[in-house]
Design a protein around this ligand. Structure first.
Ligand code: NDP
Length: 331
């Protein structure tokens, strides 16, 4: 079936400015880390992407190594993009990253100029696009000077292969400041930081990273806002056979402990009182931070995507609800 995007797609969401840039993102964005590899039916992937765009989700987040196998999420996206999304290229914000292991040899991971720029070229080929909107350094490299890593990101912009640049997993405020300073030498602003942030992982509040992002005017997009599914109703009654924990790749049945279940049930009761799902509560909680431009979700089905996007039509959390959540949100 040929795809015509829903003409009402921009009537649903309020787009959020990324830091002090000119770019806006949807408050919920879609990541292609785990459900878009060669091990998932392409038609399901396609249905999720179509539905997301139809509901106003303009931002899709990828990386060179997403799959499995590494590279397959970008290739699958490329196929779906070619079939459905080419006419909408100017309406999409596409991101990719390099930093984690991609191939054997000394140039297959981390933060050298050699690796980052060759990886970006390979990503563009797999995705079938001429440029990405955001190119990220996926993780800090303790052995490469930050000037080299940021210089490579700046080159990507100067070469027209990326419009903006970002960093991910640079968890300490001083790493953020060093990245901003190194990019400034090239007159390239840092658009966005992509840290992990959810009710069960609050390191960015504690380290001062969140405050530094606000101070520097850098936007922020939280990955795994649902703690990979732990902050949803998925595991409240056992471990479903088709779930990420059953698969055991990134989380496993060991995560579904009694302590976890107590917390998840407590949070679920707060969500129920608001007539919401736990996933919806978890997303609004992440988005309560003014520095947080977007929550970057994963979804293995259209139903999950819909449930998550429906969070945005509910009223924001009250101070009393935020206080009640404190009892169960891990510090
Ligand atoms: P989430 O925390 O949103 O977890 C997604 C998983 O939660 C889904 O696969 C699904 O699990 C479950 N889920 C989602 N919505 C619902 C729902 N409404 N009800 C029940 N279960 C639900 O995010 P991810 O961990 O998948 O990460 C999201 C994105 O963040 C990635 O795709 C990637 O783009 C980015 N990311 C970046 C990283 C980085 O280092 N920069 C690291 C990790 C992620 P199931 O599959 O079991 O159905």
């Amino acid at each position: 079936m040929p795809y015509d995007a829903d003409p009402a797609r921009y009537e649903h969401l309020e787009y959020m400015r990324v830091g002090r840039s000119g770019l806006k993102l949807p408050p919920v964005s879609l990541g292609l880390w785990n459900n878009f590899g060669a091990d998932r039916p392409l038609e399901t992937q396609r249905a999720i992407l179509r539905r997301a765009f139809d509901r106003g989700v303009t931002h899709f987040d990828l990386a060179n190594n997403y799959g499995p196998p590494a590279g397959s999420a970008e290739s699958n996206f490329g196929q779906i993009y070619a079939a459905d999304l080419v006419p909408y290229r100017d309406e999409l914000v596409l991101a990719t990253k390099a930093g984690y292991f991609m191939h054997e040899g000394p140039y297959g991971e981390w933060g050298s100029r050699k690796y980052l720029l060759s990886s970006l070229d390979a990503s563009l080929k797999r995705m079938g696009v001429e440029y990405v909107d955001i190119f990220y350094s996926h993780r800090p490299d303790p052995e490469t000077p930050i000037e080299e890593t940021m210089g490579a990101l700046a080159s990507a912009v100067q070469q027209g292969k990326a419009l903006y640049v970002g960093i991910s997993n640079y968890d300490r405020p001083e790493q953020l400041r060093a990245a901003v300073a190194a990019l400034a030498e090239h007159k390239v602003p840092l658009l966005i930081h992509q840290p992990r942030y959810n009710m069960f992982d609050r390191h960015i509040e504690e380290s001062g990273l969140l405050d530094a992002l606000g101070e520097l005017g850098v936007g922020s997009i939280a990955f795994s806002p649902l703690a990979q599914g732990l902050l949803t109703g998925r595991y409240l009654n056992g471990v479903p056979a088709d779930s990420r924990a059953a698969e055991g790749r990134w989380i496993s049945e060991r995560n579904i402990s009694e302590t976890y279940l107590e917390r998840a049930r407590g949070l679920s009761a707060i969500a129920e009182a608001r007539r919401q799902s736990l996933a919806q509560l978890a997303l609004l909680w992440v988005l309560r931070q003014p520095q947080m431009t977007s929550a970057l979700i994963g979804a293995s089905s259209v139903a999950q995507l819909d449930d998550n996007l429906d969070a945005l039509s509910a009223p924001p959390l009250t101070p009393e609800e935020i206080d009640a959540i404190e009892e169960f949100a891990v510090h």
